[in-house]
Write a protein that binds this ligand. Sequence first.
Ligand code: NAP
Length: 238
Amino acid sequence: MAETRIALVTGANRGIGLEIVRQLSRVGLLAVLCSRDVDKGREAAAKLASEGLEPPVVALDVTSDESISAAVDEVMNLFGRIDVLVNNAGVLWEGQSPDDSKVLDVSPQLVRETYDTNAIGPLRMIKAVVPIMLKGEYGRVVNVSSGAGQLSDMQSGYPAYRMSKAALNALTRVTAAELGPVPIKVNAMCPGWVRTEMGGPNATRTVEQGAETAVWLSTLPDTGPTGGFFRDKAPIPW
Ligand code: NAP
């Protein structure tokens, strides 16, 4: 029987990340619920207990090399492998409307801090986890990006968020290109506009819908794509 795949999901104490943990657990992976506040992570995991799911909870702040290193060590000590990385943790600090933040007003400090979570966080995670995947000769990296980062359809507003997600898309492409034809697949996805703390109550999609493509990319067969950008399991322009 095949060994259980171990998945790390960042920012999984709520929203789309928690739902990705739920869906990955349902399809038989051992999904580690990573949360920068471990107590919030445990509270989130408790919500899944009624469904018979008991994801392990690990403290992980994607802006801290020390935190990432401790989390990866903890997971390796517990399970000895990491097969799937979902870079889901993200921040949007520019309000709920595109008019709330514009290029001429945004502070470079806010842009820098947004990058630290949304683009450099995934870079740190990839650097910590992909060497383990290379040793295991298997890996699926899923970068939870956004249509807001699409250069082909760039609109106004949210400059820090848009720039950080465009950078995450670039990270997806360059990582996939550098890894080339090894059994590690690196893809980006857009969940759509989802009802979470970030998406707000008027968003059009449920977390179940938002998580679906990330789960599909986390469990791609060996014949699946790498270096792509997807929404609803279909390619979208960069
Ligand atoms: P959310 O409800 O605001 O959740 C964001 C998660 O990221 C929280 O668990 C948060 O933890 C975590 N996080 C933030 N900074 C972190 C850090 N430094 N280290 C570790 N975790 C951190 O947002 P969401 O809607 O579920 O978004 C999930 C992903 O989908 C994000 O990457 C977002 O950009 C993307 N996305 C969302 C939408 C949407 O409409 N919702 C659309 C497109 C893309 P705390 O609880 O500790 O803050």
